[in-house]
Design a protein around this ligand. Structure first.
Ligand code: ACO
Length: 330
């Protein structure tokens, strides 16, 4: 049995926060943000909208497009760095409930922006081993709940949203997840971190006063490691599978910064027409970034059954991952 990405879905909140909006409350400009990041606007969830609400809406779309009965889903995984609740229940349990999936195994994974590709690796293993048949993967984020809107170095980067996919067992290798490489190096953990509200700096008044609950990032250092790692990862996965850049139908990189995407794309000779760019309209949506980008490519008619996708992502931890996936949807 092979694992096949059968369908994709996404959800974006209605509210749009533009670069011009930021000019009203922090010392920045539309020009600086566009030049340094390529981001023009991002979506922001409503106050009463939690990560699981967005995840459930994306999941419903993916289930509908897969044409499967939700009762046939035997595993639900959610990747998020902005879960509804810090410890329990998991956001995957809440999404299962909202979608109406009962009795399936459900859990969250923590791999920051690399979460969706990490989940692909697990889904592949679960299906190829015969343990599961239909798996719902959700990458969902309300990063606006973790952002310090007085820190101009981070707040302009992130947005909210969700993406979901159904991974099913198939005998057809032409619609299979071919390979996934996923790695991490914790020595970089301090460069991109939400220090507070865990066991190290619990959610106590003094830690909240010091704003430890928010994302802190050494942007410039993250940038350099990201470009180096993302490029190497793509070279490695193509080489392992005896493929060349030209064999890839569509390159779908993590949408953190247009300059990072362009640096990797140029080094690997992927033409713009074969690359998906959503960073301008959504910003960095972390674990939701890759499935939201796959969804946009699908809805724009750029993704056909059997097309070879190359996914490439990098995030806090540091974690990074790449995947070669033949699209199995219609
Ligand atoms: N508006 C105006 N000026 C700003 C802003 C802003 N929003 N933010 C920072 N600056 C200033 C800085 O204060 C600094 O000023 P100084 O020279 O007077 O000190 C100057 O701009 C340059 O700052 P840098 O941090 O060196 O700017 P850089 O070109 O590196 O761009 C950025 C910053 C956009 C954050 C970039 O480093 C980046 O994208 N980093 C990688 C982010 C990423 O990929 N993260 C990984 C995934 S995220 C995840 O896993 C959750």
């Amino acid at each position: 049995m092979y694992a096949s990405l059968k369908s994709i879905g996404s959800y974006v909140p209605e509210k749009i926060l533009t670069n011009k909006d930021f000019e009203k409350f922090i010392d920045t400009s539309d020009e600086w943000i566009v030049q340094r990041t390529g981001i023009k606007e991002r979506r922001i969830a409503a106050d009463d909208q939690a990560t699981s609400d967005m995840g459930a809406l994306a999941a419903q779309k993916a289930i509908e497009r897969a044409g499967i009965d939700k009762n046939d889903i035997d595993l639900v995984m959610c990747a998020t760095l902005s879960p509804d609740h810090l410890c329990m229940p998991s956001t995957a349990c809440l999404i299962s409930d909202k979608v109406g999936i009962r009795n399936a195994m459900a859990f969250d994974i923590s791999a920051a922006c690399s979460g969706f590709v990490y989940m692909l690796s697990m889904a592949k293993a679960f299906i190829e081993s015969g343990a599961k048949k239909n798996i719902l993967l959700v990458g969902a984020e309300k990063i606006s709940s973790l952002v310090d809107y007085t820190d101009r170095g981070t707040c302009i980067l992130f947005g909210d949203g969700a993406g979901a996919a159904i991974i099913s067992a198939t005998e057809d290798k032409n619609e299979a997840i071919i390979d996934v490489h996923a790695s991490a190096d914790g020595k970089y953990s301090d460069l991109l971190i939400t220090p507070g509200c865990g066991s190290k700096y619990p959610c106590r008044a003094e830690n909240v006063k010091d704003k430890l609950q928010y994302i802190k990032m050494a942007g410039n250092e993250v940038f350099k490691v990201a470009v180096r790692t993302l490029t190497k990862d793509v070279v490695d996965i193509l080489k392992t599978n005896n493929l060349k850049s030209e064999d890839v139908d569509i390159f779908i990189p993590h949408q953190a910064n247009l300059r990072i995407i362009e640096a990797v794309r140029n080094k690997l000779n992927f033409p713009t027409e074969k690359t998906v760019f959503t960073v301008a309209k959504y910003g960095n949506t972390s674990a939701a970034s890759i499935p939201m980008a796959i969804n946009d490519a699908y809805e724009e008619g750029r993704l056909k059954k059997g097309d070879l996708m190359l996914l490439d992502t990098f995030g806090g931890g540091f974690t990074w991952a790449s995947a070669l996936v033949k699209f199995g949807g219609n």
